[in-house]
Design a protein around this ligand. Structure first.
Ligand code: F3S
Length: 411
């Protein structure tokens, strides 16, 4: 890779160990993927946060990296220099616990303590510990065409497809290194030619609610790491941002999709090169129904209904609040979201409506990266194709995939 003089100094350790180690990672990635140079980025989103997924080795790595990071102050208390601290807007993916209310929700104590240490290390590196997979709902919102380095697969799919910023499917260490350096190797989805459609998908039926996750799961298996182009029966106003985030999350979980286009909706569909696409499939109502059935590994009663995969927006929390308002839920109910979205839900009264019905808005974590298998739950109810795909493999628990009303039991 070509390095500027300044990048060479960073790589040689002139600005400290944290920057040197970060450059090592980025140069290695650049070499692996054939990047010729770096590109400046506007934002980073860093995965690899839950103690369940990164364990003791990940914690030690982060603490070691954070030990080399420092902020140098002037005598009057203003910041003179930062070394090894994130230089751009950077947010964290979900952790393994609700960071503030882990006792209330019964998270294991030892696990929760480790989780706090992990988040402290990220905080010392200047990564905002907002712990969400929907950072675009809470202010980490790049603009169309911006180069970014994001690593949570559902967020990658959203930021590439719906916002039109440009990222590869980064790993956690790569996105962290990019946050610190403010650059990423220039290859892959950063180039126009790699953002063209590879598969045309004609969806023959109108979709509702959890159907979007089922569609994503079905097509992800076929398209793998390609770029699907969807033609929908739904009118554009019938497809909400929440539907797109559910679609992208499922595509990225059953396949390795980083980018998709939806005709008349996503910003780059007109440049997707549809006329050049040879491979075409149609998706029927039967395909959606069969996929919905296949995504469930149990039926009947879910002892924990866990919504918000990817993390719920204010509108999605409102929807849950309207369903449960004035009723008593039998199941345990978690609506997973971020601290900023919950603040808005508190203001709007949605949190109270959900809590009065016996449910909770759980922050910072989710049904996949939390240690729910250690918390006494057996059957998890989800309305997300991604969660339905991962709960059995990541948690070893049974899952029921359905729309919210069908998952909840009321007294
Ligand atoms: Fe987010 Fe967890 Fe789903 S990280 S996308 S809520 S599996």
């Amino acid at each position: 890779m070509f390095l500027t003089k300044e990048e060479e100094k960073m790589a040689d350790g002139e600005y400290g160990e944290t920057i040197r180690k970060s450059m090592d990672i980025l140069i290695a990635l650049g070499d692996i993927y054939g990047a010729e140079k770096f590109v400046d980025i506007k934002s980073a989103q860093v995965s690899g946060v839950s103690y369940k997924t990164i364990g003791e080795a990940g914690l030690e790595y982060l603490q070691d990296l954070a030990a080399g990071a420092e902020i140098i102050y002037n005598e009057n208390g203003t910041i003179s220099d930062k070394s090894g601290i994130a230089t751009i807007s950077a947010t964290l993916n979900p952790a393994g616990t609700d960071l503030d209310n882990w006792r209330e929700f019964g998270f294991p104590i030892d696990f929760a303590k480790k989780q706090v240490e992990i988040c402290d290390a990220y905080g010392a590196l200047g990564i905002s510990t907002t712990c969400t997979c929907t950072p675009y709902l809470i202010g980490n919102v790049p603009r169309f065409g911006d180069h970014v380095s994001w690593s949570e697969s559902s967020a990658v799919a959203y930021v590439n497809s719906v916002i039109g910023a440009r990222t590869n499917r980064e790993g956690g260490p790569g996105a962290l290194a990019a946050a610190i350096i403010g650059k990423t190797p220039l290859y892959g989805y950063h180039f126009d030619e790699n953002r063209k459609a590879t598969l045309s998908v004609d969806v023959e039926c109108k979709l509702e609610r959890a159907d979007f996750g089922a569609l994503g799961y079905y097509v992800g298996q076929i398209v793998k790491d390609g770029v699907p182009y969807f033609k929908m029966q739904n009118k554009t106003h019938e497809i909400a941002s929440g539907n797109l985030k559910a679609l992208g999350a499922a595509l990225a979980s059953s396949g390795a999709v980083a980018l998709y286009h939806v005709e008349d909706i996503t910003p780059e569909y007109g440049n997707a090169g549809l006329e050049e696409v040879d491979e075409k499939i149609t998706v029927t109502k039967d395909d959606i129904l069969e996929t919905r059935e296949k995504l469930s590994t149990a039926e009947g009663y879910a002892d924990l209904v866990c919504l918000g995969c990817p993390h719920a927006s204010l509108e999605e929390i409102q929807e849950v609040a309207e369903i449960v308002k004035g009723r008593k839920i039998k199941n345990e109910l978690w609506v997973c979201s971020s601290i900023s979205v919950k603040a808005a839900a508190d203001r709007m009264g949605y949190t109270k409506q959900i809590e009065d019905a016996g449910g909770h808005i759980v922050l910072d974590t989710c049904m996949v990266v939390a240690p729910i298998e250690q918390m006494g739950y057996e059957v998890i109810g989800v309305n997300s194709g991604k969660a339905a795909n991962y709960v059995p493999s990541m948690c070893g628990l049974k899952v029921i995939f359905d729309d919210i009303e069908n998952l909840l039991d009321f007294e």
